[in-house]
Design a protein around this ligand. Sequence first.
Ligand code: SF4
Ligand code: SF4
Length: 477
Amino acid sequence: MSEQKIKVVHEDEETMYQKREPIHPRSIKGRFRTFKSSMLLMAFAVFYFLPWVRWDHGSSVTQAVLYDLPNRRFYIFDLIVHPQDIYWLAGALIIFAWLLFFATSVVGRAFCGYFCFQTLWTDAFMFIERWIQGDRPAQIKLDKMPWNAQKITRKGLTWLAWLVFAWWTGFTFTAYWVDAPTLFVEFFQGTAPQPAYFTIGLLTVITFVVAGFVREQVCFYMCPYARFQAVMFDKETLIPTYDAPRGEGEQGRTHLARGLKTQDERKAAGHGDCIDCGLCVQVCPTGIDIRNGLQIGCINCGLCIDACDEIMDKQGWQHGLIRYASENEIETGQKPHILKPKTIGYGLAILVATGLLTWSIFNQAKMDFSVAQVRSPLAVLMADGRVQNSYEVKINNKLTRPLRLDMSLRDLPKGELELAGSTKDIVVPTDGYINMLVRVRQPMTTRGAQQSFEFVLTDKDGELPPTTMSSTFNMPR
Ligand code: SF4
Ligand code: SF4
């Protein structure tokens, strides 16, 4: 009796998680598919190829793009980013965020559909799956099949290909942080650094699981952007939309049937142009039906538009039953207004911020230096009656050649400069820095007096303008 009760309770329980039905999107040709594939190829070409491009930075580093954390340098072709330039990163992130807001306000979640990492890698994994297992009908058939030799071979080959691709992804990402050819050799020799093995392993697993199995669940349940994108939409935002008045007519959609084959026949019977073929649902990578309106799972990839256009072509009817359209356009038939105050504002902000960032990068100071006065002791009265102050100087060379410098004093006419050590010349290595101790001496004046002056650094090769740094000379109390 009690067992029966328990069973009844379990059957009535509502589960918090809906079991995922595997999605096997059908392949489709069309302008959005072509654009999506082009973006994918371009993004992958850049991502997988860049770590192998060699570049002369004028130092021992020869990788064109390298995030050299131990030496705190980011190399991006001829641009060398130092820790002091980190505000560029902040600037780039702000521009990227505004760009996202701008694009979302104009064309909805176009970023999700064509550029998001999740979309790109899932798409690539789907290509592999289709290549090994065949298109949607073959994949569904294979899924339903018991585990026989054919199923084991096809699924096994797919997972193996995914795994290799996932490993290559993890390896490539890691190769942006260390020399790529060296990492490749050391990885297989077993002598690569431990963090490299950890990073590659972790990214391999994440790519394999997320792009292979989790897929659209990321868009539905994990992605924060999918949650707040709606606030950036307005009635003029272009999103893939089912033209319900045209598709449904007065009596709703229906299949092609005798007496319902031409637009005139269908119109006369009160039916719209949607022949309920379901192709728009079959091609959708997130498995949704666009005819049910705007949904969180729609990544705006436009593949349902390609699918429906194909059907309309077969029928000899005009395209656009599903199209990029605004809510206003569907309601009123008016052309969408892309130039809205919001988009103009975002556009201007992006232009100004990009201009400022570009100016800042091209006008990067090629050398910077800092001076810190040694505080204990602040001033030393020497045997010959003069007073000595000491300073710690740090000079940073951002050029791709060694920097040979002269140091002098300004506004301290009786001051004498001595560089610690025997060095007469100051040489800062290519893309490096030096710390040095500098002593300044001058005759004793009034006790406790302070005098402002400047250190001046002059490039002996004449490429850089003289650079100054203010400091103070202190008399003993
Ligand atoms: S592809 Fe077009 S015609 Fe076919 S079901 Fe979708 S909206 Fe209707
Ligand atoms: S509904 Fe259409 S645009 Fe949206 S995700 Fe599916 S195929 Fe892409």
